[in-house]
Design a binder for this molecule. Sequence first.
Ligand SMILES: [Zn+2]
Length: 439
Amino acid sequence: MTNVDQIIHARWIVPVEPEGVVLENHAIVVNDSLIIDICTSESAHQRYHATSVQECPQHILMPGFVNAHTHTSMNLLRGLADDQPLMQWLEKTIWPAEQRCVDAQFVEVGSQLAIAEMLRGGTTCFNDNYFFPEVTAEVADHMGIRASLGTVIMNVPTQYAATADEYIEKGMMLHTRYRKHARITTNLTPHAPYTVDDQTLSRVAELADELNLQVQMHIHESAFEIQNSLETYGMRPMARLEKLGLLSNRLQAVHMTQVDDQDLALLKEYHVHVVHCPESNLKLASGFCPIGKLVGNDLNVALGTDGSASNNDLDMFGEMRTAALLAKAVANDATAIPASTALKMATLNGAKALGLDHITGSIKVGKSADFIAVSQNELEALPLYHPISQLVYATNRHQVTDVWVAGKHLLHKGQLMHVDEQALRADVNAMMKKILDQK
Ligand SMILES: [Zn+2]
């Protein structure tokens, strides 16, 4: 018998890698934060002695979701302004509200709320794209989730930084601080082609090369952006980014609702990752990212919720279902993005986009123990013929009972283990009052 930390037995395990596989009556064996074995429950009983054993007899174990694009602190702006087009929403409501309210305290409370929401819904890793990332990093570290923190870079002054150089300098400080952290990584996030000038984008490309950092950027979010770029630079944003050296397999292009043949050729040539945020695109009527076509061209497509101000939740079950359904409508093809592909987009493809697929994104021996248990005992979940289809088309986030990140049990039977929910509620309500008072 080998001594190990934990064994989790489950009725079904969907490891995501290899795609489409479902294991029945298997167990995951965890030691020192890593998955060290995946075997039948019978074999686990015979070969291992565990400090902790958990039975999940009516559950599916699957990798935790990777939310590849969000703005956690915008949870505090959830529902503040709805039903407006993108530029009006940004210029009339969101940017002024941010100028008034965003500071370190706002980011601390917003990050706590968003991470609590994500953990409860089965997300074990997220990429954040917001101001004061050093505050979000501390909150993520404390709450136990895995995170890739981006420093926003742009030529627009905010409470956080006055110039592009100052944003970059703060990003470098964050990078230095978390360079060796087990769960927190950092990346560079120039905001969008219409808010960042050529010189700054070239500098970002140089730094990304020099430090081997991922770069995330909102790209081709709407027709306005394309038009603006054609008028200002005489070329589409993707062509401009190629000229400035930004296109590479470290770049995550968020949104990509406008994709012509030339854009597709560039995405393929440079192996750019695409992060699809269908609910945000639908709500802001930004357009449709043709993910069936992108996946058909062997591009890596990940999923993100975007911020709660344009979604209005951080629900990866909802996002995954919307992505799968919308892909079929856009492609006019019911076979586009089958369930196993949608599940992979929401997990492993996200890890790949963030440069973390050697650590997380699938249930695989040697990877970090980042997985979730999803109950299938509810009447709404019966009958269950195909576990993967069930996860994509007929499961909601309230069925997530347990969440582990790096082997740590962060959600146990629906309860957050390290969050004072009452205190968090009080902090959020106080912050809401402050936001309304300043209006
Ligand atoms: Zn965004």
